[in-house]
Design a protein around this ligand. Structure first.
Ligand code: DX5
Ligand code: ZN
Length: 216
């Protein structure tokens, strides 16, 4: 599968409605929404009140990436705000299994996110529960960082693990994705690519989205 989920972190926050409408008209599949708490990552982005407004305009599923400590506290709030998929960091959950069940109980797709230093092997006992796994290809907290090349190995390892334990599970990659590394990531086994700067800093975001999906 080749899905693209543009990250609104790189959109113009003063013109969010305009940028969301552009994405509605584009070939992208999901909208990636980055929530940061200034504790799990050294940056603060936005929370449920802004997501509610994003939801009012978006005609595609909201792929909400929680970069917050103890995300289980807010599952119901993000459901109410309009999340369709909710991903939580392995490193931020003491009781990951409980949090994943809670997301499913709230009728959302659930996913686990791994930081670049976190081994794919740690998902051996939780990948069965996941609709997707998100591999960070930068250290989370900021858009516009350089892609970490070891991600290709992790995608291949994760693909092998999914084939063994949960073939339906999607593999998503986030951070420094561009039109050069996108084909290599799909080839390694990725299904969904997040792209912030590559899309929003381009002259023609819709063309970049088509290119990332392998349509151009
Ligand atoms: C980083 C965020 C990413 C970010 C990606 O912590 O999780 O989603 O917006 O931006 P780019 O594609 O510019 O690296
Ligand atoms: Zn993200």
């Amino acid at each position: 599968m080749k899905l693209v989920s543009p990250s609104l972190l790189s959109a113009d926050f003063g013109n969010l409605q305009r940028d969301i409408e552009m994405l509605n008209e584009s070939d992208c599949d999901w909208l990636h929404v980055d929530v940061m708490d200034g504790l799990f990552v050294p940056n603060i982005s936005f929370g449920q009140p802004v997501i509610k407004h994003i939801k009012r305009h978006a005609r595609k599923p909201l792929d909400v990436h929680l970069m917050i400590m103890d995300p289980g506290r807010y599952v119901a709030d993000f459901k109410e705000a309009g999340a369709d998929l909710l991903t939580v960091h392995y490193e931020a959950c003491t009781h990951l299994d409980r949090v994943l069940h809670s997301i499913k109980d709230h009728d959302m797709k659930c996913g686990v996110v791994l930081n670049p230093h976190t081994s794919v092997t740690l998902l051996e006992d939780s990948v069965q529960m996941c609709d997707l796994v998100l591999l960070m290809s930068v250290n989370p907290g900021f858009g516009g960082q350089k892609f970490i090349d070891n991600t290709y190995n992790k995608v291949r390892q994760l693909k092998a693990l999914c084939n063994r334990k949960n073939p339906e599970c999607l593999i998503e990659v986030d951070g420094g994705v561009n039109i050069t590394n996108a084909p290599l990531l799909y080839e390694a086994g990725a299904d969904v690519l997040v792209a912030g700067n590559a899309v929003f800093k381009s002259e023609d975001p819709k063309a970049i989205i088509r290119n990332l999906k392998g349509l151009a």
